[in-house]
Design a protein. Structure first.
Length: 224
């Protein structure tokens, strides 16, 4: 029996369950099923928290994949690749729920507003904060497309790691979006994960930047 694999999946399931448990704790399903807007918002919140968790896991795995393979085996790379489209589907469905919320509240069926309408001089108190969600979505989209076609496109095969950096930028943008607009990010048990997640990702970014700086310094020294 592969105890390392079992342990990994238990930790993974524990993290994934934080979002649904939190939302169900705030709004039991019986309290939202009677209203279409509340029901759609209920699933939107679960999708958002779960998508955020999957992005975090993808960053943790992708940042040190060689180490993970060394410790857990080659299956972890396949898991990482398989989880990527699943995470993206949830990321896509989260804003899509806003389309239906707007429709059920009489504001029309307008997906362009939800996905594309980035505004600079926004009307409304929170309108400009939606921009961070839109920007995060498109940054993730570009990174996912680059990853999907990196083996079949010469340009992406050479430069896909540069596009991979967009995942880190998207995480920060989405984290800010969630802390400002999220209904549940500060509520336990998800709240115990949301705060530390930004610290962990920031630590990874610092390590990556340090390695890049060392590599650049060596390169410049050799050229000099």
């Amino acid at each position: 029996m592969n105890y390392k694999k079992i342990t990994f999946y238990l930790i993974w399931l524990g993290l994934i369950s934080l979002g649904p448990i939190t939302v169900l704790g705030v709004n039991p399903f019986a309290s939202v099923v009677v209203n279409k807007v509340l029901l759609v918002n209920f699933f939107q919140r679960i999708l958002g928290l779960t998508a955020f968790t999957l992005i975090f896991i993808q960053i943790i795995l992708g940042s040190f994949m060689s180490k993970w393979i060394e410790k857990l085996g080659a299956w972890i790379f396949k898991f990482h690749i398989t989880q990527e489209p699943i995470a993206y589907i949830l990321i896509f469905l989260h804003p899509l729920m806003t389309v239906f919320v707007n429709y059920f509240t009489g504001r029309g069926l307008d997906p362009f507003y939800v996905f594309i309408d980035v505004c600079i001089l926004c009307d409304g108190k929170f309108e400009w904060l939606y921009n961070f969600g839109r920007i995060g979505f498109w940054l993730i989209t570009i990174a996912v497309i680059a990853a999907l076609f990196r083996t079949s496109t010469p340009f992406l095969r050479l430069h896909w790691k540069k596009f991979h950096v967009l995942n880190y930028v998207a995480f920060y943008v989405i984290w800010f979006h969630s802390i400002k607009l999220g209904q549940d990010v500060g509520t336990p048990p998800f709240g115990y994960f949301h705060g530390p997640s930004i610290i962990i990702v920031s630590a990874i970014v610092i390590v990556k930047l340090s390695k890049f700086a060392d590599s650049l310094a060596k390169h410049l020294k050799l050229r000099g």
